[in-house]
Design a protein around this ligand. Structure first.
Ligand SMILES: Nc1ncnc2c1ncn2[C@@H]1O[C@H](COP(=O)(O)OP(=O)(O)O)[C@@H](O)[C@H]1O
Ligand SMILES: C[C@@](O)(CCOP(=O)(O)O)CC(=O)O
Ligand SMILES: [Mg+2]
Length: 407
């Protein structure tokens, strides 16, 4: 590792259909977003491990020896296939001075970091003496998979620091080659990508409690995929879909919403399970339409996609993850002939709006204006972005370094 270190990035995601249902074994369709989380890894000084997370206001450091001793206290085996143990997390909370019911963004971020760092180093070597900084283009806690992008970056960087995965970058290699031209594996062999994905899932488990794994799969592999019970399938063809993202800015926690859905299913299984089956059928139907569409689709395919958005939005309200702000978002876009649904965990956060090729620029602009007038933020972004990527340190331009030193 050069003194400037390495830069790793991973994309956020948009779930087109299947959020929440995917936690209960149904299918989800998800695409990687053109908004990313970045992690800089540098050799540390004085046998210290430092972490700087400006997005959640964290700057902490620990003695490597102290962390090694802590690791020794966590008796249960660490393994990428085993859920983090409740006792293990309690010990980490006590060590980091985090409340037992940790749910604040900074607490969860520190907890996920400590767990992943100790677990990965226990399996592959010593606790590394490194400086880690993470920053993101993604809003935090808004349904765009910032937790998974964070966990994927941490998994790749920590596995790299512990020499558990190879370094696909050679000296002097341009970042752009990896970023823009790399194929599905992004420079890492397939089995190392799977390892990154498995450890990122552990980070998601610390943050979410009971994640399905779809978000870290998209953060790792990128592109557009179908996810069901750990099985990842690339979509055969992804047409150029134009999607408007709107952040209601209403804060919410994925962990709380996922737990609420589980409670509802346990309370009303005969009522809720058919809704989950219907969401599953929506994902299947949407996949068939997407795979039948030509790359530059004509408007004729859109009415079905729009209707699927509408039906799923109703279902998501039924399972208890709607919010008045999301209802408002849907009403505003409907008044301009556009169809929307929540994306991610719901309860606030982001919604997505389909922009068919025959939507007039005037209608789209008017919808955006009305959404902004509600206090929402909206933007169009690319979908199908590359997954986890290792960039050369030349990508650490002066602007990024300045932003990090200021925060
Ligand atoms: N850039 C980041 N730096 C540190 N922690 C992050 C970052 N992005 C996300 N997180 C962690 O992920 C949590 C948000 O996850 P979640 O509630 O699943 O929302 P989402 O994944 O939709 O953004 C934050 O509270 C924080 O703990
Ligand atoms: C609700 C869920 O389906 C997606 C959560 O996404 P996000 O954390 O809100 O970006 C949960 C999961 O799949 O683990
Ligand atoms: Mg999340």
């Amino acid at each position: 590792m050069s003194e400037h270190g390495l830069l790793v990035s991973a994309p956020g995601k948009v779930i087109l259909h299947g959020e929440h249902a995917v936690v209960h074994g149904k299918a989800a369709l998800a695409v990687a977003l053109g908004l990313r989380t970045f992690l800089r890894l540098r050799p540390g000084g004085g046998e210290r491990l430092r972490i700087h997370l400006p997005g959640v206001g964290v700057r902490r450091e620990w003695d490597v020896a102290e962390l090694s001793a802590l690791r020794g206290r966590l008796t249960a085996d660490f393994d990428e296939s085993k859920s983090p143990g409740v006792e293990q997390l309690d010990v980490l909370k006590e060590f980091a001075g985090i409340a037992a019911d940790a749910s604040a963004p900074d607490s969860l971020a520190i907890l996920a970091f400590l767990y992943m760092c100790l677990a990965i180093s226990a399996k592959y070597g010593d606790v590394p003496s490194v400086d880690i900084a993470v920053w993101s283009e993604l809003p935090t806690g808004a349904g765009l998979g910032s937790s998974a992008a964070y966990a994927v970056c941490l998994a790749a960087a920590l596995l790299h620091a512990c020499r558990a995965i190879s370094c696909p970058l050679k000296d002097g290699e341009a970042t752009a080659r990896f970023y823009f031209e790399s194929s599905r594996s992004q420079g890492w062999p397939e089995e190392e990508m799977s390892l990154i994905n498995s450890w990122a899932f552990q980070g998601e488990r610390v943050i979410h409690g009971n994640p399905s794994g779809v978000d870290n799969a998209v953060g790792t592999w990128g592109g557009a995929l179908r996810y069901q019970s750990g099985k990842i399938t690339s979509l055969k063809r992804v047409p150029t879909l134009r999607i408007l993202l709107t952040n209601t800015k209403v804060p919410r926690s994925t962990k709380v919403l996922v737990a609420g859905v589980k409670e509802k299913i346990l309370k009303f299984p005969a009522i809720m399970n058919p809704v989950l089956d219907s969401i599953d059928a929506i994902s299947q139907e949407c996949q068939s339409v997407l795979e039948a569409m030509p790359t530059n689709p004509s408007p004729e395919y859109y009415p079905v996609l729009e209707e699927l958005f509408d039906i799923n939005q109703h279902h998501l309200n039924v399972i208890g993850v709607g919010h008045p702000s999301l209802d408002r978002l849907c009403r505003v876009t409907a008044s301009h002939g556009l169809h929307s649904k929540l994306t991610g965990a719901g309860g606030g956060g982001c919604g997505i709006t389909l922009l068919p090729p025959d939507a007039t620029p005037l209608a789209v602009e008017a919808a955006k204006r009305d959404l902004c007038a509600c206090g929402f933020e909206c933007w169009e972004t690319d979908i199908g972005a590359p997954g986890v990527t290792l960039h050369s340190s030349s990508a650490l331009n002066a602007e990024v370094l300045h932003a990090l030193s200021e925060s």
